[in-house]
Each structure stands twice: as structure tokens, then as C-alpha cells.
Design a protein around this ligand. Sequence first.
Ligand code: 6CS
Length: 349
Amino acid sequence: MQIRNVMTGVFALSMMGAANSALADTWRFGLEETEGSVQYAYAEAFKDLIEEKSDGDITVQILPYGVWGSSYSALYDALQGGAIPISFGSGFLGGTVPESQLMSLNYVMPNDQLETAEILNSDAFMQSDAWQQSFRSRGLVPLAAVPEGFQVWTANKPIHTPEDMKGLQIRVMDNSLLRATYQAYGAAPITIAYGELYSALQQGQAEGNIQPVFAHENMGFYEVQDDMIFAEQAQFIGNLIANEKWYEALSDDQQKMLQSTLKEMVQKGHDIQTQFNAERLETIKDKSDINIIYLDEKERSRFRELARPVRKVYVDMVGERGKQALDILLKEVEESKSGSSDSDDGQAT
Ligand code: 6CS
């Protein structure tokens, strides 16, 4: 495991200087994950492209989890305040941008992971008023959605059915939608900070976990769990977000360069996550005797049915703008060429 105690070495945000102006040549980029993660590799590829395209005028400074601190609300505050003008925000972002919990709904996106990346980053969805205004009304701009691989369950018992999940204290990110989803499956979800999760699993405070494979390996979670279950219910999605004032103060050329880089990063991000998740699964298999389970279609369909009413929970929770964003997403899923059997019936609620 790379970092077990991410608090070590943390230095205060105030030490990192004042907020950037748009013309400053250093773009600080905050990550919710540590070195060795998909977010880190994405940020490195993004940095290479931006620095090359700007002929070295812009330097991207990558700030991983544990460097800027370890409380996600501090990261999102720094993003809203402009001290860190670009950042990832995912499952913990619901308190700042409630509509962002759309990315936590299960069994909405196609099973094809690249297709999911393309739909989420399509202009129809990413540039829609509904999605843009969800962030802009909080001083933020959604730049891209980075799927980091399927969310994979772990527990200390095999799970094939909702009955197997009954009462399981499975850890979820701080997100009402995730709590509602896992309650619908019959579990008893609890929220624990990412940096405290290893010891919580080790001590039995949490009985199960949900992460992409690379994170189970990167953070060592697999070491303290017996079973790993692939239900292919959703990918982990990192929202790439900018501070709105910072973004709007960029020159037209800089905005174009940034947007063209983000388009290039859709395929690159997919390549990074597929490689990381495949390699890390082999590492986990080599280093442990964890029991790996792939749910079949019949088993998945039971969870899919239970997840379906949670769309209404989302709409009730976040309102009309969130419903519009969900409707756009469902329409894009329906229209996607390879439309998979896992995308549901295209109805929001
Ligand atoms: O589960 C979490 O809290 C974290 N997991 C990943 C893979 N990325 C960031 C997120 O906050």
C-alpha cells in the first residue's frame, strides 16, 4: 500500500500561496487521490499536453491527496475560492454541487466503459445548460467527466444477491444518493473518510467497501477484505472542475487549448483506467487469495431492479435542473450506437 496515513506530510493550503490569476503561468491541479492512482496518471498526461501546447508558458502543478490536505471539503472550498483553480470532485461533492450525485446512480450508463466516457463528455451532456448551471451557480465549471473504472464491492463474505448484502455495513462516500442506493439493496451504508478507511476495514468498523480495482490496490484495502465482487453497476466518475472566475479570465486561446486537451483526454483517460485496473487486478491476485466473484446477468438484474427507484430519489432531492441533466444523459444513452442491454428504459423516474 502506498499511503496508509495520508495525514503525514500534509502542509497547509495557506502555504501554497495566494489564488492564481488567469494570467499566472502555474495551474494548480488538486487530486482526490494519491500517486499511483488514475487521477494522478490523468493529471500527468494532462500536464504534458498543456505544457507542450503552451510552449512551456503554463506549468501544471499536481497536488495529490495528502499534499493539499485530506478533507475533501477543504479541497472543494479551495476550488470555489480559487486557491486551487482546477480539481477533481467526485462522491463527496454532493454537499457543494448536489446535482453531481447524478454520477453516483447505478445501472444508468452502458456497460461499455469507453462509450460511457464518450457520452459523459459529449457536448450534448457536458455543455448542457442543466449540467453547466449546476456547477456555475456554485462558482464552478464542469470541464470533463473521467470514468475511473467499475466500482467493485468488497466484503468478508461472498455477495450474489441483495439478501447477501442485508445489513452489511458497507462504506460509501459522503453522498445521499449512494446511501439511498445501498439502502435499496438492503445494506446499512456508513460513511468514512478515504484516508481512514483502511483501518476502519481492518478493525471491522466497516464491513464492506466500494472502489475501482486500482484504488483497492493503491490504498491496500484488498489486504483486509476476503471477497471482491464485480456487479458492473456503475463506474467511479471523477468530475474535472475549474473555478469559474479563473476559467472565464483565461484568454480565448487558452480556453480553446484547454478544451481541445480535454477532448484528447477522453480516450487517454479511458486507456489509463483500463490499464491500471487490469494490472492492479493481477497484483491483487498475486499478492492475496481474495475470492473474486463476477455476478452473472441474472444476479445483476436483481440489483438493477432495486436501483431503478433511486432515480426518483435523485430528482426529488436535487429538483428540476438535476432531472433535466438525468434526462439528457438517458437520451444520450438511448441514442448511443452500441446501446447496451444494461442501459435501462430511458425514463428518468
Ligand atoms: O472512495 C473514496 O472516497 C475515493 N475513492 C476514489 C477511487 N477516488 C476518490 C474518492 O474520494
